[in-house]
Design a protein around this ligand. Structure first.
Ligand SMILES: *[C@@H]1O[C@H](CO)[C@@H](O)[C@H](O)[C@H]1NC(C)=O
Ligand SMILES: *[C@@H]1O[C@H](CO)[C@@H](O)[C@H](O)[C@H]1NC(C)=O
Ligand SMILES: *[C@@H]1O[C@H](CO)[C@@H](O)[C@H](O)[C@H]1NC(C)=O
Ligand SMILES: *[C@@H]1O[C@H](CO)[C@@H](O)[C@H](O)[C@H]1NC(C)=O
Ligand SMILES: *[C@@H]1O[C@H](CO)[C@@H](O)[C@H](O)[C@H]1NC(C)=O
Ligand SMILES: *[C@@H]1O[C@H](CO)[C@@H](O)[C@H](O)[C@H]1NC(C)=O
Ligand SMILES: *[C@@H]1O[C@H](CO)[C@@H](O)[C@H](O)[C@H]1NC(C)=O
Length: 372
């Protein structure tokens, strides 16, 4: 018990022992050399671990689409085919429309095949369940001269979305203009995708391409779809989501004009491409009107659209004096000590030299100081 106590209340201080031995000396220098080579070659020159990175990018994206299309003998402009219209980083270009005009609240037959019936009894079993376009009433009513369908209460007549229409192919030639500003808060570094050498003249007629105009902020829809490796005809028919990625990988050690955006394109809804149940992308919206006698009526639109998501990511790095942090780990003392104290001839002797026990010395020194 007592010896445990005395062993616990001790203090260790380092003492340098110079060992003049070829073996241990060579090992020491070789290990030091390896560690220095590792740090200089790998950590500093290759990995550049001494650099500070900022990945918290702040970004704003503004978009503008231009072009005219013809659909159902009507000329369509931006306000007709882009939604939402605010010019945000996510927007849709409508390629195909199924419109159902003059819908009013009332009773009418369903339009989907699964609601075909011959008696009311075929419909009562589905009563109070939601139909495709309204609430089922449980009655079986004529749809046309040959077939009968279950009746609904809702906006009538019900939409028929199986009609075949051709998409607006002019979308391929529409242009998307993207304005992107970024800021890295750590370094207070700001930049935009308009490079300083871009002139008003250039921007009027340029169009992005991967070979010659990699910094032009105007993109032709057909090119974007092609770079995302998609078939435009198919995409316009079914709808889909395309990602326009803007990457900012900047090294602030280099000149400012080396920090440039890099654009890449991909299809984001890759899953719905292969899926047969729900292929593509579509949504519905309605325009509301009022009759003279005050009754509401609406035009329902089912729109197939190509949605564009502009995604911005990036990181910026900058050299910093982290050098000294690595210095302390650079000395190969640990390995040499292990060899010296365990595996060499006369290890006991070294141990005795390295760990020397001093008893009562501290107390004596303290006593002297008090005496004075
Ligand atoms: C409707 O119900 C009758 C019997 O009530 C049945 O014979 C007929 O097959 C049903 N029709 C459909 C389309 O389910
Ligand atoms: C009635 O509607 C069905 C389903 O849409 C269709 O197959 C059929 O040809 C139509 N009949 C007439 C006479 O329009
Ligand atoms: C797109 O533009 C090119 C050349 O300007 C033209 O040849 C082509 O017919 C246009 N495509 C459509 C679908 O209008
Ligand atoms: C960031 O930089 C701008 C100029 O580039 C300067 O006006 C602003 O004060 C800086 N902000 C901070 C927090 O340093
Ligand atoms: C602008 O500068 C970049 C390099 O920073 C160069 O690749 C590009 O061709 C220049 N653009 C024009 C229009 O001169
Ligand atoms: C795109 O798809 C359509 C039909 O889906 C096909 O006719 C056309 O050949 C395809 N185009 C290319 C370039 O693969
Ligand atoms: C308003 O007029 C339409 C036809 O013009 C008619 O179908 C509807 O029942 C009228 N509504 C009211 C509340 O009178």
């Amino acid at each position: 018990m007592w010896s445990c106590m005395t062993n616990f209340f001790t203090y260790e201080t380092t003492k340098s022992v110079v060992v003049k031995s070829w073996t241990i000396g060579i090992i020491n220098r070789v290990v030091q050399l390896l560690i220095i080579t590792y740090f200089i070659g790998w950590v500093f020159l290759y990995e550049k671990a001494y650099q500070v990175r900022d990945t918290a990018i702040e970004s704003s994206v503004m978009t503008k689409v231009k072009g005219f299309g013809i659909y159902n003998n009507k000329v369509m402009d931006v306000a007709d085919y882009v939604t939402p219209t605010q010019g945000a980083s996510v927007f849709c270009i409508i390629t195909k429309l199924i419109t159902t005009e003059n819908q009013v609240q009332g009773y009418c037959p369903e339009s989907e095949k699964k609601y075909v019936c011959t008696h009311d009894s075929n419909c009562t079993k589905n009563r109070n369940r939601p139909g495709s376009y309204g609430i089922l009433t449980g009655r079986c009513v004529p749809f046309n001269t040959t077939i009968k369908m279950c009746e609904i209460k809702g906006w009538c007549p019900a939409e028929i979305d199986t009609i075949k229409t051709t998409p607006m192919m002019e979308v391929e030639n529409f242009t998307i203009f993207i304005k992107n500003s970024i800021r890295f808060p750590y370094f207070n570094y700001t930049k935009g995708n308009f490079l300083p050498n871009i002139t008003a003249d250039y921007i009027k007629k340029c169009s992005f391409d991967m070979d010659n105009n990699i910094y032009c902020p105007i993109f032709r829809v057909g090119d974007v779809v092609r770079y995302a490796q998609q078939n435009f005809t198919k995409l316009a028919h079914q709808g889909g989501v395309i990602g326009i990625k803007i990457g900012w990988m900047c090294d602030l050690d280099k000149a400012d004009d080396q920090c440039n955006p890099s654009y890449s394109f991909t299809r984001l809804d890759a899953m719905s491409q292969k899926n047969i149940v729900s292929p593509g992308y579509n949504f519905r919206f309605a325009k509301y009107f009022k009759m003279e006698n005050g009754t509401d009526y609406r035009t329902l639109v089912k729109a197939y659209a190509i949605r564009f998501d502009v995604l911005v990511n990036g990181n910026v790095k900058f050299a910093f004096t982290r050098f000294y942090c690595y210095y302390s780990t650079m000395q190969g003392t640990v390995l040499c000590d292990i060899i010296l104290l365990n595996f060499l001839k006369g290890a006991e002797q070294y141990k005795a030299k390295k760990f020397e026990e001093v008893k009562h010395l501290v107390l004596v020194v303290l006593d002297h100081q008090i005496d004075r």
